[in-house]
Ligand binder design. Sequence first.
Ligand SMILES: [Zn+2]
Length: 126
Amino acid sequence: MIPQRLIIGPSIVEIRLAPRGVSRDDGGALCGVFIPTTKTIEIDVNRLTGMELADTLMHEVIHAMFYFYGWCAQEKHREESIASLLGTGLALLFRDNPELLVALLSLTALGQKKLNSALDIKSGLN
Ligand SMILES: [Zn+2]
């Protein structure tokens, strides 16, 4: 399940699933896009499934992090390359090592609270 919103830095970013795809301004198709003005990530759920969805979501989250944490690539292709590398790398890292997510959440009281809440939702206790 893809969350409807994420807290990224100081902002809440809405996640919109786009069953008709995501279009560029020039009419081309995108897998996903982060829109800073509306603080929105749109993901193409028509063409993408499984690992492609995870990769694209992480890719767009990284674009949002660049924006909210104030890193501005002078050359757009450098930001794109970094987002692609980290998006794929992190999606695979978390897929292959889910215990890492649990460990990261367990390191802080807030993370532990969120982990317990997620586990309650999964088990139907909430
Ligand atoms: Zn990108």
